[in-house]
Design a protein around this ligand. Sequence first.
Ligand code: GLN
Length: 552
Amino acid sequence: MSCKYIIVTGGVTSSLGKGIICASLGKLLAARGLRVTIQKLDPYINVDPGTMNPYEHGEVYVTNDGAETDLDLGHYERFLNVSTSQKNNVTTGRIYYDVISKERQGAYLGQTVQVVPHITDEIKSRVRAIGDTGEYDVVIVEVGGTVGDIEGLPYIEAMRQLRYDVGRKNTLSIHLTYVPYLKAAGELKTKPTQHSVKTILEIGLQPDILVCRAEVPIDRSIRRKIALFCNVDDEDVIASLDAPSIYEVPQLMLDEGLDRRVIERMELQASDEPDLVNWNKFLDAVKYPGKEIKIALVGKYVEHKDAYLSICESFIHAGAMNDCKVELSWVQSDDLTAKNVESKLKGVSGILVAPGFGGRGVEGKLHAIEYARTQKIPFFGICLGMQCAVIEYARNVCGISDANSTEFESSASNPVIDLMAEQKKISELGGTMRLGQFECKLNEDSKARQAYGEQVIYERHRHRYELNNAYVEQLKSSGLKITGVNPATNLVEIVELADHPWYVGVQFHPELKSSVKEPHPLFVKFVEAAVDYAQDHELIKNLPGRKMAEQV
Ligand code: GLN
């Protein structure tokens, strides 16, 4: 079977959850035995989101091969439990960069280089580069942005041409749209959807299936109206109602028949029913936890939760493994002082200090870490969180009162965290961090070794600074344990404390590897330690759990 392409566009407004719909459809098709991957096409001019502010773009998701990509790729990996790569995220910046470089090399000698055909050809070649590998039965191509955006036009045109190139039966066009409910009129309005479909039709890409996001159920007559005015069959109008959790969306799409219609229309050979046994077990654990605990997430982008998306999802996966709902208490690190740290962290059973860049909020993070260390509250430091843990330990335990990172104080006299050697000669900022998956060897006697159950692990990175090896002996002799090291470079990857219930700092990003099928072991163990702490300190909230599930 040659590869088939599902093109997903969005209309009316952004933030309709296109990424979740794509991931859910991908999940359903994979659960029917098909080999599926997803590609995200982003119409912005940045080569990748790595240079964007987390407030602007949310989290930057890093793949095994070191690509800095859109956070939707995280949804795909978490839902499908597959690895994506550089190829799975295409941006306008990257397309133009390559086309212009080729033009300079003389690849288009004699020609006028234009949006059509050169840019559109380049877009198509990126899509085909995945489809033509023979590794997949289906590629879901998610076109970012909203139909009608100027910058999205070349992508829609490229998708229109792709249908011709690979044959209509080998492609399917799904348009995600919004059907607002007007309270005053007491009804759902189809006009925005009609306009959106008209706009995409102007370019010539007829949607085959409409996924209609709505806050109230869409009845038959509204579906018929949408079908009539948008040239689709009644059963190709799929409702997508708000769900309490993104993990419920695959079931909602299954109930609406989205996967069935896709399979029928594309004549895919797939099993009759999706195998969702394990997925549903996970979902049950998420919906009906037996207990609840609170964990603080200390960071400086807390107003914009998408900046920590993978961490939030990792807690959902790890919570399900522990039959526990993890309620996150969002703590703005800017606001934390020595005086208020106790009151701000009251009632939490674990403290996670988040990744980040720059000096803002660092002093607050140090207070949170000191509090976790001295009060023996389970602590998890990720990337900058780990670096801050080292600074805190150096200052308050080793007695190096001016210990710092050269990221915040370039001429620090005690740079316990310093720029990595290979970073010192780099001047460009785009795509130049230590990125992607690297090996880490674990010490036998460590929390990390217990959690992973393996001695050699591979984790993803995104940083420029490192624990300065010149300070390792001093830190160790004061009690900081170095429990994970990269064998090739000797870079410290994990620090721990012995006389503490659970204190682990990691230079890498474990949150990028947690999936529904394989919750990340460090998150699982951190939550387990937090549950123990909560039990000992009467901070646990008992919930009806499975009993409730059985009554439903
Ligand atoms: N700013 C730190 C560095 O570049 C940490 C980065 C991070 O937390 N991802 O090393």
